[in-house]
Design a protein around this ligand. Structure first.
Ligand code: FMN
Length: 215
């Protein structure tokens, strides 16, 4: 899959229990390569486990993301299934049968909780503080001034020394979750080519079927 160092944000759509769509930007945190299946990379992003998107993922783990790569003028639209890795564990508990990549990592004993903690340790102290706030989307009864009392930096657990630092690190880690997406369909539009090209990739068994389609 083509990518670019600067194209680190995609938009992920989910569906709620009333069948309403919701879409939001998320930072791409990297790929996970299932052992023996390098052609089935999984996408890794992260979130606060208290956000509405996690409830939508509990309703259905099907997601679609749109990733615009400005440098090369490519659009990748990826339909997939999402796994949430939070302090409460893995959801959905059963791996969907078509998710060969997730299944391969599970079979190899991949340490999902270790991956969650590793990603948590890698972000900035400022970013970590965002998981020590009231639940995202809650109304601020005191207005924006209410935010002045929130912590602005939070250390990773291994750097926390005081009791307060340790409590904040534990609270942030408790609210932090990974979202792992296994692609099942990829719709690739090449806008830099005239006429534009569009190719649809569909998962067939453990591989991909590739067909050119009308842009
Ligand atoms: C450029 C950009 C990057 C973002 N990255 C993330 C992210 O990686 N994870 C995340 O949960 N929210 C991210 N957000 C915030 C979400 O877009 C969204 O506002 C928030 O997660 C609440 O979404 P929800 O109410 O649909 O759960 C980002 C927003 C912007 C503008």
């Amino acid at each position: 899959m083509l990518t670019s160092r600067r194209a680190t944000v995609y938009q992920i759509a989910t569906v709620d229990s009333s069948n309403r769509p919701h879409v939001r930007s998320q930072i791409h945190r990297g790929f996970l390569t299932p052992p023996g299946l390098p052609h089935l990379p999984l996408l890794l992003t992260s979130t606060d486990s208290r956000t509405p998107k996690t409830k939508q993922l509990a309703h259905t783990d099907f997601v679609e993301l749109a990733w615009w790569i400005d440098g090369s003028a490519d659009q990748f639209r990826v339909l997939g299934r999402a796994r949430l890795v939070s302090s409460a564990g893995i959801s959905p508990a059963r791996t969907p049968p078509e998710c060969a990549g997730l299944a391969a990592l599970d079979a190899a004993g991949f340490d999902w909780e270790g991956a969650r903690r590793g990603q948590f340790d890698d972000v900035s102290e400022h970013m970590r503080a965002s998981w020590c706030r009231p639940p995202p989307g809650d109304v601020l009864p005191g207005g924006y001034e209410e935010m002045d009392s929130w912590p602005t930096t939070v250390k990773k657990p291994s750097d926390a020394r005081t009791e307060e630092e340790k409590a904040l690190a534990a609270e942030a880690l408790g609210n932090y979750a990974l979202v792992v997406i296994e692609p099942l369909e990829v719709d690739w539009v090449q806008m830099a080519i005239r006429p534009n090209r569009r190719t649809r990739f569909t998962r067939v068994d453990d591989g991909w079927e590739e067909v050119p389609v009308v842009p």
